[in-house]
Design a protein around this ligand. Structure first.
Ligand SMILES: [Zn+2]
Length: 433
């Protein structure tokens, strides 16, 4: 290694086994992190930069952090929530009796705590970037700043939007559009290294043509894309006599920047249309199974397919395994690990930087304590990812060079106090439903 200038800020992750899935690569090295970036990869026997702090990673696997391409941090406080008095039988009833009641009851405190706890749990799962789809109609203006603030407190990356919807009237649809506009304008004026924005919309079936036009205009003005649920259930397969995919396309919302969650009820013809437009589809297998909405046959979306959790935590190893099992069960030739790797490429495009383990890349890294009973090499990484790595403990997590998990704990936040506050707030939130 070349002789390096003394720096008090360098952090050396020593003697780790570096693992990358895209393309498959396994190496032993010490990773030198400086100013948020990977400054160098050194041989384990090389001298460290003078003054560098060290984090012993011997015996640990070091991977790029995972990216969750679709989630709802606002649903964190729904865990264990009492079920509605009348059990929902259809997808619409699930929305009306559970999620639309919950999001309307959110206030400033519960928005922030949901995001804070959700981000801490994401870090513990090794997820360093969250693509969030937020809704809180009872506390709408400024809500994205609250989510952003929580992510920055934990130290995770976020790609945020507000899911505009006319389900409670067009005034609220316009307010949702304004919140996206406000947040994107703010980021353009005062860029934040860990934050990006998209133009959010709930789904075509809760949008008027007027609000959709407003959102298309915003996406164009901000050179951004729409983040929307697409055909999660058959109820959202058509709009105004068109397939929903054609309806989006006619409104100029189906370009390469579009992020379409679910795409379960789309025809093969429309799947081809999505691929040709260069839009991305986010597959959320656990959520689809939980809501019994059907199987998306995600292999149809080829190299435009990403993976998300739709609010069921942020553990991308478990979600990828669920995608793999569902595909096997449906004889769908999906390459689930490849879809997970694509999440990172999508995030790299959003943040305009590399997230690979290479000099110059952002230091978004996770260290896993993985004991394998079988040889681990470049030829069988996918097998380990699906059948062993989901159980490996996440020991350390860095985002932009900052430790957000050290030996399994957040280095500065009082997690026990935050969880205690969350439990109290959840009780109050549930009582308002
Ligand atoms: Zn969703």
């Amino acid at each position: 290694m070349a002789k390096r200038k003394a720096s008090a800020t360098a952090l050396a992750l020593t003697s780790a086994t570096l693992v990358d899935f895209a393309p498959a690569r396994l190496r032993r090295a010490t990773v030198i992190v400086e100013a948020g970036q990977i400054a160098a990869l050194a041989a384990p026997s090389d001298p460290l930069p003078a003054g560098a702090e060290t984090l012993d990673c011997a015996g640990l696997l070091l991977l790029p952090g995972f990216v969750c391409a679709h989630t709802h941090l606002y649903s964190t406080l729904a865990r264990g929530m009492p079920p509605p008095r009348e059990p929902p039988a259809t997808f619409t009833q699930i929305l009306e009796r559970v999620w639309w009641k919950l999001d309307r009851a959110l206030d400033a405190e519960t928005i922030e705590l949901s995001a804070l706890v959700g981000a801490l749990e994401a870090a513990r799962a090794g997820t360093t970037t969250l693509v969030d789809h937020h809704a809180s109609p009872g506390c709408l203006d400024g809500s994205l700043d609250r989510v952003a603030g929580a992510l920055e407190q934990v130290g995770l990356r976020g790609v945020l939007c507000y899911e505009a919807s006319d389900r409670n009237g067009q005034d609220e649809g316009r307010a949702g559009a304004r919140e996206n506009d406000r947040f994107l304008t703010k980021l353009a004026k005062e860029p934040r290294p860990l934050l990006r924005g998209l133009v959010g919309a709930h789904a075509a079936f809760t949008l008027s043509d007027a609000t959709a036009e407003l959102l298309a205009d915003l996406a164009m003005r901000h050179k951004s894309g729409i983040h929307i649920h697409l055909a999660e259930d058959a109820i959202d397969a058509h709009k105004n006599g068109l397939s929903t995919v054609s309806w989006l396309s006619e409104r100029g919302l189906l370009g390469p920047r579009a992020l379409l969650a679910h795409a379960v009820h789309v025809s093969d013809e429309d799947a081809a249309k999505i691929r040709e437009a260069g839009a991305h589809v986010v597959h959320n297998p656990r959520s689809n199974a939980n809501n019994a909405v059907g199987y998306a046959r995600p292999s149809r979306f080829g190299d435009r397919l990403l993976v998300g959790t739709d609010g069921i935590g942020a553990d991308m190893r478990k979600e990828t395994r669920a995608a793999f099992f569902a595909a096997r069960d449906h004889h769908d030739p999906l390459d689930a690990p490849a879809a997970l790797a694509r999440n990172r490429a999508w995030a790299a495009w959003q943040f305009n930087r590399s997230f690979a383990i290479e000099p110059g890349a952002a230091a978004d890294l996770i260290a896993l304590d993985y004991r394998s009973p079988t040889p681990l090499d470049e030829s069988n990484l996918a097998g380990h990812l699906l059948f062993g790595l989901p159980e490996a403990e996440v020991r350390h997590v860095l985002v932009e060079g900052r430790l957000v998990l050290k030996a399994g704990r957040h280095p500065t936040l009082d997690e026990a106090a935050i969880y205690a506050r969350a439990r109290e707030a959840a009780r109050r939130l549930w009582s308002r439903l």
